[in-house]
Ligand binder design. Structure first.
Ligand SMILES: [Zn+2]
Length: 120
């Protein structure tokens, strides 16, 4: 079996999400981190309704989002992907909110850095 890892670029992941190609972004992320591709569902569980933009349900490996606009929000998607990643490594811990924010922010920073080189 090949141990080759798919070329992976943080700006590309953000760009895909911004362009509503979130399923593709999640597939790329899952390949890179060698985890299952999480499901994506529009609509939050009752207890979260109106309080958050997204949440991660570990039992069903599902990222649930507030509405269809959030499909194109890289910060929310990447934050919830972090919980997916952490839960895969350790069933008991979905990681801290601070680390999930940090994970998402890193992708956005690299995206912004890449874009900066493309404007005059
Ligand atoms: Zn969170």
């Amino acid at each position: 079996m090949s141990s080759e890892v798919t070329p992976f670029s943080k700006p590309l992941i953000v760009w895909l999400i911004l362009n509503q190609r979130t399923e593709e972004a999640l597939t790329l992320l899952a390949t890179q981190y060698r985890v299952n591709v999480p499901r994506l569902k529009v609509g939050l569980p009752k207890r979260h309704r109106k309080k958050v933009l997204g949440c991660y349900q570990s039992k069903s490996e599902t990222i649930a989002i507030f509405n269809s606009e959030i499909i194109g929000n890289p910060f929310v998607i990447l934050h919830e992907f972090y919980h997916h990643l952490r839960t895969t490594m350790d069933k008991q811990h979905k990681g801290t909110e601070k680390n999930a924010d940090k994970f998402a922010a890193e992708f956005l920073n690299e995206y912004n850095r890449a874009i900066k080189n493309l404007v005059r």
